[in-house]
Ligand binder design. Structure first.
Ligand code: PLP
Length: 388
């Protein structure tokens, strides 16, 4: 059976150019970048080239980047790292109700360790109000963490406006740009952020590698202590193949950006229009315009999202309910609850995210089968009125 992958927000396949770039770093250039001999210096050079090229893309300086094991570690380092480093100055952190767990959980961990956390609400589209941030900042606030774009509903947050508020008050601003990188502008000076997280596997790079941008002068403590790698901010021998792959993925994201974004939008809009037209009682979640070009998210009433997912999977279509991290648990998505979706309706959520390989025929296959799948399930679902 041909499989149609429409879960690019969960992860992406490694780009062929990225695979090609990585391979020599397993056998040919296997040196430890800390070693002074030839093989070591080859690896070091590759890492520093990667750092320079990614920095340039972000409008940053190479020394402002540290390589990590992915988006989760970058977020943890930003929040806990600033938390520990600034503990004497203040203990208050501001974030939003729709952040990824990789932001919310470090915040809650700090909360259990003497910090105080304000979790701001969002509107029905998932937007944070910069005014709410202004009101929430106290003289104890050390960092604000608001994502650039949401991984479930795709909403793009007003980071530039939030940055103006943070600058005015002298508070660090961190943004999780894991979903937005490659689709939106992520120049750190235009966004006005002090810390920014990226993950390779969401942009056609390998899993287990990411980067954290840390603006020069930002006080941050390391989470991982050991050798002095990454200018003492992240010990452990660098993942050379991963870092080379990340840099290549970033390079490809920039060079393919226009056609990717155009393609995403075309596929996304075809899906959204088709689903709204052909499936009863569905609602598009997230902002109608301020949304990621590759994200569709629907509440499908009177049906369980998991049931739809499994039925679609059985005919070769791979989508998500909520986020990959929370599927498998019956807990309703915190993002949907935050935008005011009811507990019952939140059970019927469906995220369809398109990618660089998505074809029109694949979208049409989904549009051909989804209405019937939903109707069949509604017929037998206890959530459905049709069953009564
Ligand atoms: C995937 C994702 C993460 C986690 O990144 P990993 O590299 O998988 O640890 C963090 N934030 C957002 C918004 C994501 O989509």
């Amino acid at each position: 059976m041909k499989r149609i992958y429409l879960d690019y927000a969960a992860t992406t396949p490694v780009h062929p150019e990225v695979q090609k770039a990585i391979l020599p770093f397993f056998d040919e250039h296997y040196g430890n970048p800390a070693s002074l001999h030839f093989h070591g210096q080859k690896a070091r050079e590759a890492i520093e080239n990667a750092r320079r090229s990614i920095a340039q893309t972000l409008g940053a300086k190479p020394e402002e980047l540290i390589f990590t094991s992915g988006g989760t570690e970058s977020n943890n380092t930003a929040i806990k790292g600033v938390g520990w480093a600034k503990k004497d100055k203040g203990n208050h952190i501001i974030t939003s109700a729709i952040e990824h767990h990789a932001v919310l959980e470090p915040c809650h961990f700090l909360e259990r360790n003497g910090f105080s956390v304000t979790v701001l609400p969002v509107d029905k589209y998932g937007l944070v109000d910069p005014d709410d941030i202004k009101k929430a900042i106290t003289d104890k606030t050390i960092i604000v963490s608001i994502m650039h774009a949401n991984n479930e509903i795709g909403t793009i947050e007003p980071i530039e406006e939030i940055s103006r508020v943070c600058k005015e008050k002298g508070v660090y601003l961190h943004t999780d740009a894991v979903q937005s990188f490659g689709s939106l502008d992520t120049d750190v000076n235009i966004l006005g952020v002090d810390l920014l997280s990226i993950s390779a596997h969401k942009i056609y790079g390998p899993k287990g590698v990411g980067v954290l941008y840390i603006r020069k002068g930002t006080k941050i403590a390391p989470l991982i202590h050991g050798g002095g790698q990454e200018s003492g901010k992240r010990a452990s021998t660098q993942n050379t193949p991963g870092i080379v792959g990340l840099a290549k993925a970033v390079e490809m994201a920039i060079s393919e950006r226009d056609w990717r974004v155009n393609k995403y939008k075309e596929m996304r809009d075809r899906l959204i229009e088709g689903i709204i037209k052909n499936v009863d009682e569905v609602q598009l979640n997230g902002h109608p315009q301020k949304r990621l070009p590759n994200n569709c998210h629907f509440t499908v009433r009177h049906v369980e999202g998991e049931a739809v997912l499994l039925k679609l999977d059985s005919i070769g279509i791979e989508v998500a309910t909520g986020s990959a991290c929370s599927s498998g648990s019956l807990e309703a998505s915190h993002v949907l609850l935050a935008i005011g979706v009811s507990l019952v309706d939140a059970q019927g959520s469906l995220r369809i995210s398109v990618g660089r390989q998505t074809e029109k025929e694949e979208i049409d296959y989904v549009l051909e089968h989804l209405p019937r799948v939903v109707n069949d399930l509604r017929y037998i679902s206890p959530l459905s009125r049709k069953a009564k």
